[in-house]
Design a protein around this ligand. Structure first.
Ligand code: AMP
Ligand code: MG
Length: 337
């Protein structure tokens, strides 16, 4: 199959919508990361997403809408809190889990009786959904297990020959996937941190951060969110998070580095003499924007091991830490102990 790159003009978006109406899968931009879309109501089309990504069948897809009125077809019961959340955070990087309607096939929800719903703010995503007239089920547009793509070139790298078209809408502005929450006891529980932070949500309601956000699931334990149990965002390199001051980090790297090792640091000034490095920014929002691309560049450079500086886990930094923890398979060396 030839994979065509489309721009964001109305003509191209109509072409993409036609493919989606025929039950095809299309790569598209959102403000979080690029997605791989199919008609959320069409079981056969949704199966093609799982096949293109090599995604485990029990890992549910988020359903994307272009207006709150679309929810009545997707959810069987809308939690009251949805209205204050949607007013404040939609369109934007927030996914809300609710009981699914009969119209959502169980393949879309990974066999669960709930569904995650999001209204993305990227104008091309919104227009594409409007042109389709149905919601789009869409996971991140990477091969299962690799870092999520934040531009069309990276989608092409993973999906070339697997899907008919990719819409190029530039760099994703947020750079990490949406915040996933489930309403509970009048508040919300964060199952995956993202661009809408715990601090922002707590201006609207009580917020609990699920233990699975920062801790490895015990073997045999049931994940509140199926994505928690899979190794994610993993480059080929063996990533290790090194927690501690810059001085201790440098000492550690100098003592342990071998040929093929790289540093993943916040800024150029932190580089360790003689050791190749990639920077991912010293501000949490920049780190979120840059992390997945940095992980892909490390692979391109043939990094064998990566010593990563540990990000600050607050605000959007919680999402950065959550992703890098998974990229590292929870391998953290604490130099402060
Ligand atoms: P992705 O689309 O690749 O960003 O992954 C979406 C993630 O959202 C999944 O891996 C789940 O962890 C989470 N998710 C989606 N729908 C649900 C749901 N109904 N219940 C719990 N978690 C969900
Ligand atoms: Mg994903």
């Amino acid at each position: 199959m030839n994979t065509e790159i489309l721009d964001c003009t109305e003509k191209s978006l109509k072409k993409a919508a036609e493919l989606l109406k025929k039950g095809e899968v299309v790569g598209f931009p959102t403000e979080t990361v690029y997605g791989l879309a199919a008609n959320a109501f069409d079981e056969k089309a949704v199966r093609k997403i799982f096949a293109a990504k090599g995604r485990p069948a029990d890992n549910p897809l988020i359903v994307h809408i272009s207006g709150v009125e679309m929810i009545s077809d997707i959810a069987s019961n809308v939690p009251d809190i949805l209205y204050s959340l949607s007013e404040r955070f939609w369109p934007g990087p927030l996914t809300v889990i609710m009981p699914k309607s009969e119209k959502i096939p169980s393949v879309t929800s990974g066999g669960l009786d709930t569904v995650g719903i999001r209204f993305p703010s990227h104008p091309a995503a919104k227009r594409l959904i409007e042109l389709c007239g149905f919601p789009l089920a869409a996971p991140s547009a990477n091969l299962s297990g690799s870092p999520s793509p934040t531009n069309a070139r990276r989608v092409f790298e993973d999906m070339s020959g697997r899907i008919p078209a990719i819409i190029d809408g530039g760099e994703s502005s947020v750079g990490v996937e949406s915040t996933v929450i489930i309403p509970e006891n009048g508040g919300v529980r964060i199952l995956r941190p993202g661009g809408v932070t715990a601090e922002m949500l707590s201006e609207v309601c009580k917020v609990t951060v699920d233990g699975g956000v920062l801790e490895k699931l015990e073997s045999g334990a049931v994940a509140r969110s199926p994505g928690m149990k899979y190794r994610h965002y993993a480059p080929k390199a063996d990533v290790r998070i090194i927690r501690g001051s810059l001085e201790k980090y440098r000492e550690y790297v100098l003592k342990n580095a071998e040929s093929g090792d790289f540093c993943l640091v916040f800024s150029e000034q932190e580089a360790v003499p003689e050791i190749p490095f990639i920077c991912y920014g010293d501000d949490p929002a920049v780190q979120a924007h840059a992390l997945f691309e940095a992980l892909r560049v490390l692979d391109e450079k043939g990094a064998k091991r990566v010593f990563a500086r540990c990000p600050e886990a607050s605000g959007i930094g919680l999402a950065v830490y959550n992703r890098i923890l998974r990229a590292a398979g929870f391998n953290v060396t604490d130099l402060e102990c």
